[in-house]
Design a protein. Structure first.
Lengths: 441, 441
């Protein structure tokens, strides 16, 4: 049986208007899309923005035990946005579709697995006669993915499910946004404003009156000493706040010094099944994560999972199928507030489904931590691999510990994303220190 | 116990940008808001765009058996859009809120009942300390009403629930909209395009290639003889199609000669409860309706109710509470396709909840039809009432038949909306003929 993997690593549902992405952001997205390789099984067909780098392909398949030459890669011609993302126009290209049909000819496709199961993928699946193989196809074909990723829609769904969300609201006009921000600021709280469609904290800003606040989860902190400055801020930032197209704006209380957590589920026709939980490492926006999470105790983690499951159950009932990450914060007072769902394969999905699921043996899975961070500058991917091999730091399936390079960002900025897998959080940090030393100076 | 009734008869969730409404449309909306009187019980407090006309108030309360002098009316000052709608700014007016608090002082409010249970009403309810009395408050406070009324969101929810919808899709870019339209036209179908937020067919247009089509359910039929004309149409109408703010566009197959049906439910915490079904009278957009519906047989009606209930169950799970009308068409081939939900008190709500529920005695309810139409020009509301009294056509609770004036549109265009209640569809038409004769010439 064949899986058709579609590495559409940035879509409008994820980040809003794609034309707003810089060339470098696009290149990072293109590199990130190559992580689809972690999902491949023997004989699968992968649609990628560009063909895989041979070193990275050999590395990933070496770890997953897949025969690299059994995989088929199909790359559509560049689209209006270039060649780094699988945009709607690229997935609709007639020449690409003809090639994809040839690649799939004679294979029994039992799953269409996309990073973002959006309308463009649903349309492609239908055109290939494989709608049945795409989980949640009816919902996706009607743009349902936008509902699951909307930060505005999220607050209604969460409130409707009785899942705790930060105090705040969803506002549509400048006057309403101003009032909602002021309402929180005058109570002495700081505020997070969010653009409806964005990812990784890039659509968030923190607003504060008197407090000094660290900008965790946002690009910056904006001081707004009085109501007039709130009005001026809303007027100045209106186009950005509304995604340039009249979207609604999320205004909610920001909880400083909180731990950002997530619980990830796979939703099928009958149930929502936990993949795992984790904790984001922020600086100030997400730079990595650790799983299992280290800050919450067992009781808090159980509550996180419970509440996230209720949220996912609502998404199941409305028709979404696939992976959902439900993101929350744990405040210093021990309260959990959810702030978004992401209906797609996320960075965390790789940790749970690929590394825990495919690299670690059964007996290690309950006794390992994975810390993943990005931004390690290396001479080349091949040299990075050689260096950990030589130093004895490379992941070893026997011990279920070691370093894994999860993503090759060389084409973007010469860096890799790396995972350190060890028996404890401290051991992951020790291993990371050893890794970083290999490339220092 | 007191109900706080809020007659917000046009909201952004219903019709999109309110500033696009003409003064006459606004006045019709203001008159329609007065129908809130049909819901009032002794001692209730009603927030209206303007104070009720004494004749209309006396007429409605005469039929519902409510003591008119037991009702309290609170009218906020005009807002930016004038005095015909209960817009967000009017509901937030501090002087109005102070007056409303005084009106409610000492009363136990057990329900906040709005025409459109939107965020502005939720905010008001919370400010009054009555959030608990507004069904579905958590969902409404986070803008959930927009989800229930979005024609784009509808298609995903319906598809996800497995409820039949017309072939088509939800599209975001001009290229996608053009492709979706052409895809249906080349198959020989005509097409309906819909603006995400609109009501009563005013956000719909029908597109046809060769077919001659009646414009039922839309303002006009646009001939598009080839793909170039489709592209030109999409380019020319883009601002309108996207609500002027980048909304998504619904493109679906249009079924000519179909009967527009609805099933209306009340959703509470534990169940969805059928209020009734009906059939719209179109010319070309909705001008009235009849209930029970006359075109479908019992089996088709049962299917309509079944499917609508599944749709409403999804809305219940995500947190909506209150009235929902699920609208569908019955094609000449006997297929049912749903095309939108409206989360609010609708025109139909008056028929089911007020006329069937309050005017008709128990023993008549299963043996009466109500036909409601608008546009009967009358000298004045008082004279219209006197005329049916004199002619013996006025509604008589003893027989459960006769004429009811449901809405007074005199301030808009000198007309009334009227209901004829009789034992059969034919008898309603006969009674209507008698009514129209009173005002002919």
């Amino acid at each position: 049986m064949t899986t058709l993997c579609i590495a559409n690593n940035r879509t409008e549902e994820m980040v809003g208007d794609l034309t707003g992405m810089t060339p470098l952001e696009q290149r990072f997205a293109g590199c990130g899309a190559q992580r689809m390789l972690w999902w491949a099984e023997d004989g699968d067909v992968l649609v990628l923005p560009w063909g895989p780098d041979p070193e990275y392909l050999a590395y990933v398949t070496g770890l997953t035990g897949v025969r690299a030459d059994s995989l088929t890669f199909v790359v559509p011609p560049p689209g209006e946005q270039g060649d780094q993302m699988l945009t709607t126009d690229r997935l609709a290209d007639p020449g690409f579709r003809a090639e994809l049909r040839r690649a799939l000819d004679g294979r029994a496709v039992d799953e269409v697995l996309a990073i973002s199961p959006n309308g463009a993928v649903a349309e492609l699946a239908a055109a290939l006669g494989m709608a049945h193989a795409m989980p949640g196809h009816p919902f996706a074909a009607q743009g349902g993915n936008a509902l699951v990723n909307s930060k505005a829609g999220f607050r209604a769904l969460a409130a409707g499910a009785g899942v705790p969300i930060p105090p705040g609201t969803v506002a549509g006009s400048p006057a309403e946004v101003e009032a909602a921000i002021e309402h929180l600021l005058v109570q002495g709280h700081s505020v997070m404003v969010k653009v409806e469609y964005q990812a990784g904290g890039f659509g968030n800003e923190i607003l504060a009156r008197d407090e000094r606040v660290d900008a965790a989860g946002a690009e910056r902190v904006v001081p707004l000493p009085d109501r007039a400055s709130v009005a001026a801020y809303v007027a100045e930032r209106w186009t950005w706040l509304t995604g340039g197209r009249g979207q609604r704006v999320v205004v909610e209380r920001y909880f400083a010094d909180s731990a950002p957590l997530y619980a990830q589920f796979i939703i099928d026709d009958t149930a929502v099944v936990l993949s795992g939980c984790g904790e984001m490492v922020m600086q100030p926006v997400v730079i990595g994560e650790i799983t299992p999470p280290v800050t919450p105790d067992a009781e808090v983690t159980a509550e996180l999972v419970d509440q996230a499951a209720r949220l996912c159950e609502s998404l199941r009932v409305i028709g979404y199928r696939g992976t959902v990450s439900a993101d929350a914060v744990l405040t210093p007072k021990g309260e959990i507030y959810f702030h978004e769902t992401n209906g797609r394969l996320t960075g965390s999905s790789h940790l749970h489904d690929a590394y825990f699921g495919r690299l670690l043996r059964e007996e290690h899975r309950d006794a390992r931590y994975i810390l993943e961070l990005a931004g390690l500058k290396v001479p080349s991917f091949a040299q990075a691999v050689a260096a950990i091999d030589a130093a004895g730091l490379a992941f070893d399936p026997e011990t279920g510990t070691g370093v894994v390079y999860s993503c090759d960002f060389a084409p973007a900025d010469g860096s890799v994303m790396y995972c350190v897998i060890a028996e404890s959080p401290e051991a992951t940090r020790a291993l990371e220190t050893g890794l970083l030393a290999l490339f220092a100076g």
